[in-house]
Design a protein around this ligand. Sequence first.
Ligand code: UD1
Length: 370
Amino acid sequence: MVNIHLIAAARPNFMKIAPLFHALNATDWANPVLVHTGQHYDHNMSDAILEDLGVPKPDFHLGVGSGSHAEQTGSVMIAYEKICMKHRPDWIVVVGDVNSTAACAMVGAKLWIPVIHLEAGLRSRDRRMPEEINRLVTDAIADVLWTPSADADENLISEGIHEDQIDRIGNIMIDSFEMLRENIEQARAASKLALDPGNYALVTLHRPSNVDTLGSLRPIVDALLTASSELPIVFVAHPRTIKGLEKFSMKHEIEEAANVTLLEPVPYVRFMSLVTTAKVVITDSGGLQEETTYLGIPCLTLRENTERPVTVLLGTNELIDAGSLAKNLQSVLAGNWKKGKCPPLWDGHTADRAVESLKRRSTALQLSRK
Ligand code: UD1
């Protein structure tokens, strides 16, 4: 059996790991081993999502939790190295761009364990984002790069990665959505909140650059409160955002606003149900830019740049700021928003292509070791 560590750490990782776990588990040659670093630990940021996705309890839980970037990255490295020394895998698969991604990739590279990066090659070209640093580090040291779109391949090749290392497999989050489409459609989350399906805005925010300072959060909250007179808002807030709202005394304004429903994080199926029946999504998330493009739902992204340009070029996404939110919302409400197209290979079969790549590469690795 080929032993493969799948590293899961934070909320956006789980919907990328789940389809791969299920696809590997269905083979007769691969043994997927789940490693949860514990970067996210609140029930609705972690276990509830894994339950929705049918992923069993992790084989190893590092329990690292929150901390500064160095504390979190260092703690994951120290804990994960111990696991690798005792239970050396044949492969390590890291996903996305969180601190645990770069930490586990570094552990693998230094122990000469082959590392695969799932969702490789994305670049915002903004090194103020911690995720951009994680992406650069991970891609530079990974042995195999699994990319979601052609722009990612181009980025990697321009950075000197050899094309033999790259397999373009598509967007694995779409596999999770398709796997659970029926449950998502039956969840009717909007109706349960007394919202009219197709007639509300779904808001999520969590980027430090938007929520950690008064100067960035105040104009966004003002713009959202103004927008709520046009369209009801359901605001699903990350713990970091709740902290920011409390710290800058804005939480009560949102709670008291007539047309705004403030929710704590919700599990995957309920959340995707809210996405699928939204009129528009307002966000700074990476994953939601992709999910809305796949579903053809207008997406207003409160960021200066995106590592997912295909969602703007082909999809329904536009980058906006607090000052232009009202104008963009008007365009959505007037029915003038671009319709968008689904990028190639975002088809629900990405996990199968990942398994095929891993099988081919495992055979090559075994031959080279003989
Ligand atoms: C992390 C990722 C980000 C990803 C996001 C998705 C990095 C650098 N950032 O950001 O790329 O988009 O996850 O959510 O890895 N907290 C809780 N409960 C939890 C987790 C976090 O209360 O279960 C709070 C803690 O106060 C913590 C803060 O949120 O300090 C930030 O958590 P952290 O994991 O450091 O980063 P995120 O902002 O979640």
